[in-house]
Design a protein around this ligand. Structure first.
Ligand code: P6P
Length: 343
């Protein structure tokens, strides 16, 4: 057998053994998430066949039409986590309010923040989509339902974060602060196998990812940075980066983390905080990239240091290689903050 046969289940319990005072509760919670992703994977893979797509006619809290697969993934995660006994409450992109575990189950020590099926508008085009999760320890006393304050913790407090990418193969990628590890799903045995141990972002960026249709709505600093990486203008890079943009955060992030790249979702004149959500998109990706040797910023501070104020709060997101993120912050400081001072 070429590489040690390491399953996600065995890896999670081996990680637990590294913490002498571990009760096993976190491991059980992680394995509930792993199991849920296998069930979602089965549906995503047959989505085009059983026509479970199509609009439900409902809209979610973001005002976007909810596709049945979105609903299925959301309902499944919430149902499984709610009754896991380890999660006192959940927050989901699909749910306006936080979801408490039932009275007899709210002894859970953790809260989970979810984007159950991110990038779902791409489902019909068979583009990779993903589930994103972030786990924090509750700060309120055990025995009562989880509260908003349990969720409004800086990303630095996360105990784990990860995603499942449903693509040409399905992969679970997660961190508990001890490096980033990738597991590829083998549907023939219904098991995730360790395939990418201790992922590190390549030191140099090869790719920049941004939706350039918003060009006219970006700040001067963002525009000048993007010109630089495209090889345009006075600061043009000698070797410009390749532009790649899938429009599915998990897919763009996963490629950039493996190949080296920077992903940008800036604020615009219309949506100053950008589109992406702090708790269940930016924070988990920021914890992952930091554990892979990169970093994430909102343009002026590390994403993980942002003190959240609302469940669905948005944030600009610049994430990838440290050098490129630092350069982008420099452009914003030089052109935008100066502009603000002059104006
Ligand atoms: P835009 C998908 O809807 C999503 O939330 C992320 O997965 C993705 O990065 C972003 O929105 C794409 O947004 O405005 O470029 O279509």
């Amino acid at each position: 057998m070429a590489q040690e046969f390491m399953t996600a289940q065995r890896f999670v319990s081996m990680e637990e053994n590294r913490f002498p005072d571990a009760t096993g509760e976190f491991s059980s919670l992680m394995l509930e998430i792993v199991m849920t992703s296998k069930m979602i994977n089965a549906e995503v893979n047959k989505a085009g066949l059983v026509n479970i797509l199509g609009m439900t006619g409902d809209v979610n809290v973001q005002g976007e039409e909810v596709r049945k697969l979105d609903e299925y993934a959301n309902d499944l995660f919430l149902h499984i986590l709610k009754f896991s006994g380890h999660c006192c409450a959940m927050a989901s992109e699909e749910m306006e309010q936080l979801v408490e575990s039932p009275q007899y189950h709210n002894t859970g020590n953790y809260v989970v923040m979810l984007d159950p099926l991110d990038g779902s508008s791409n489902i019909d085009a068979n583009v990779s989509i993903g589930s994103i999760f972030a786990i924090s320890k509750r700060v309120t006393p055990q025995g009562k339902p989880g509260q908003l304050v349990d969720f409004l913790q800086p990303g630095r407090n996360l105990v784990a974060a990860g995603y499942v990418i449903y693509g040409s193969s399905t992969m679970l990628v997660y961190t508990t602060g001890q490096g980033v590890h990738g597991f590829t799903y083998d549907p023939s045995i219904g098991t995730y196998l360790l395939s990418h141990s201790n992922i590190r972002v390549p030191r140099k960026s090869k790719v920049y990812s941004v939706n350039e249709s918003y060009w006219n709505h970006w700040s001067e600093g963002v525009r000048r940075y993007v010109e630089r990486v495209k090889g345009i203008g006075p600061d043009a890079m000698d070797k410009p980066l390749s532009g790649r943009y899938i429009g599915s955060l998990v897919a763009d992030f996963h490629r950039n983390m493996l190949y080296g790249g920077i992903f940008l979702y800036p604020g615009t004149t219309k949506i100053p905080k950008g589109k992406l959500r702090l708790l269940y998109e930016a924070n988990p990706m920021a914890l992952l990239i930091e554990n892979a040797g990169g970093c994430a910023s909102n343009g002026s501070m590390n994403i993980l240091d942002i003190q959240p104020e609302e469940l669905h709060q948005r944030t600009p997101l610049f994430i990838g290689n440290k050098d490129e993120v630092a350069m982008l912050e420099e452009y914003i400081k030089r052109y935008d903050l100066q502009e603000a001072v002059d104006s």
